[in-house]
Design a protein around this ligand. Structure first.
Ligand code: SF4
Ligand code: FES
Length: 272
């Protein structure tokens, strides 16, 4: 930037109005709307302050090949019903905030394109097995407290920061054992798909168990016995019936069902 605050030559930007009410923005929206195909978006709505039960509200929404379900919900929120409660942040399948049931399956709304669903009607509902806050937003407190309970960090008696301690080196093979489980974004889709969680609300769940495996399988960690004690309880690892639905819905390629089976190997003594 130059002394007087201007951008250097070649880096100037066109002036745009930030106001969402700007007529050119509205004209652009109308132009996109008229040139697009439309779907019927059915949104499950529930306001605990005034509703006794959830109800579906239907909206006609324009979409393009690249429009995501989250874009469509936000289009409705901006232009048709400002009251819709929806949680999102990154819009790039990274923060794990926008999980919901889309046409019957747990998915990330920002990672699901309308065009992929191959349907003129898209139905969005809050995730199962989570307490409903409002509309599409659910409470994550229990999942996060379970995640915390399994101690999701490398436990060691020594530390790389102590003088004289060497760096804890790992081979590619060592990393391979747990790396897929480190991709978890804590979106909760696996817990939402889990039939055991539907019948046992105190079950640790696939998210927590997959993270327990992630640290148990890390050869830098010395907290294996502690973690195995935490998951070896009546509502712990043995409640999994291996339905496998957790692994089918994970948007990051984590396989919690496999992690649970590998963890059982440690508890049964055929893995060290
Ligand atoms: S394991 Fe997959 S589905 Fe489950 S919380 Fe992590 S990223 Fe989401
Ligand atoms: S908005 Fe962050 S994962 Fe969808």
């Amino acid at each position: 930037m130059t002394k007087d605050g201007a951008l250097p030559k070649g880096f100037e930007r066109p002036t745009v109005s930030a106001s969402p009410n700007d007529s050119s923005v509205q004209e652009k929206y109308e132009e996109v709307k008229s040139s697009s195909k439309t779907i019927t978006l059915r949104i499950s709505k529930f306001n605990p302050e005034k509703d006794l039960r959830t109800a579906f509200h239907a909206f006609t929404v324009p979409y393009q090949r690249w429009t995501t379900v989250l874009d469509a919900i936000l289009e409705v929120k901006s232009h048709q019903d400002h009251s819709i409660g929806v949680r999102y942040s990154c819009r790039q399948a990274t923060c794990g905030s926008c999980g919901m049931i889309i046409n019957g399956k747990p998915r990330l709304a920002c990672f699901t394109k309308i065009s992929e669903l191959d349907s003129d009607v898209v139905t969005v509902e809050p995730m199962n097995n989570f307490p409903l806050i409002r509309d599409l937003a659910v409470g994550f407190e229990r999942m996060f407290s379970t995640h915390k309970r399994i101690k999701p960090y490398v436990i060691r008696e020594d530390s790389e920061t102590n003088p004289g301690t060497k760096e804890f080196l790992q081979s590619p093979e060592d990393v391979e054992k747990y790396i897929q489980f480190a991709s978890c974004i804590k979106c909760g889709l696996c817990n939402s798909a889990c039939p055991t969680m539907t019948t046992d609300s105190t079950f640790i769940g696939p998210q927590g168990l997959a993270q327990a495996y992630r640290y148990v399988a890390d050869n830098r960690d010395q907290g294996k016995d502690e973690r195995l004690r935490i998951i070896d309880e009546p509502h712990g690892i043995w409640r999994c019936h291996f339905a496998g639905s957790c692994s089918q819905v994970c948007p990051k390629g984590v396989d919690p069902a496999m992690g649970i089976q590998l963890l059982r190997g440690y508890l049964l003594g055929y893995r060290k």
